[in-house]
Design a protein. Structure first.
Length: 194
């Protein structure tokens, strides 16, 4: 990455304050394969150093490019493919048998996963239980609480997430209100029936 995109933090990637465009030709459509690996796709994304706005200056919910980059960072740090990493750390511990990104080495991490509603519900239950599902730890409580912490801290929304009442955005979670300090915020959930 060049000097502009190279300065974007992982926190900015997940809080949607990165300034990156909504999409990139190297990222396949949901459930599709374009013949690239995640590594090859992110290498293509890295060749362009432009941003739509200075990183950290605005919130704009555009997860395709940012989650692709974050997924590749996870691959580099762990030495595992995204599929193996996600299976080991999330899908298998939660018993999410129908969860899939499709048959591809270049999954659309931001907006390309599919699961039956009951299977997706397991992930939501795990989050609402602060990292555990049926008593089994999947994520640490501190990491889940950090995800629910407002990351914007005064950074303006370019558009509301779900409702005009949107009040904050954590790490991959938007929320509309916080009932009391330290409580888990109300998280809007959109379900497409799959």
């Amino acid at each position: 990455f060049g000097p502009v995109r190279g300065a974007i933090t992982i926190r900015q990637l997940f809080s949607q304050t990165h300034g990156l465009p909504a999409d990139h030709p190297a990222i396949p459509g949901p459930g599709k394969d374009n013949g690239l690996t995640l590594e090859q796709a992110v290498d293509q994304i890295a060749m362009d150093d432009s941003v739509l706005y200075p990183p950290g200056s605005k919130h704009d919910y555009e997860p395709a490019v940012s989650y692709h980059i974050a997924g590749r960072i996870a691959e580099v740090v762990t030495g595992q493919s995204w599929a193996a990493l996600f299976d080991e750390r999330v899908r298998l511990p939660l018993g999410m048998d129908s969860f899939t990104y499709g048959e591809t080495q270049n999954p659309r991490i931001g907006g390309g996963a599919r699961a039956a509603l009951a299977v997706y519900g397991k992930m939501l239950r795990m989050h609402l239980s602060l990292g555990t599902l049926d008593g089994k730890p999947v994520l640490s409580e501190s990491s889940v609480r950090e995800m629910y912490e407002d990351q914007l801290k005064g950074i303006p929304f370019t558009k509301p997430i779900v409702q005009p009442e949107s009040t904050g955005y954590g790490l991959s979670w938007g929320f509309e209100q916080v009932e009391n300090p330290g409580a888990v915020p109300l998280l809007p959930v959109q379900v497409d029936g799959s």
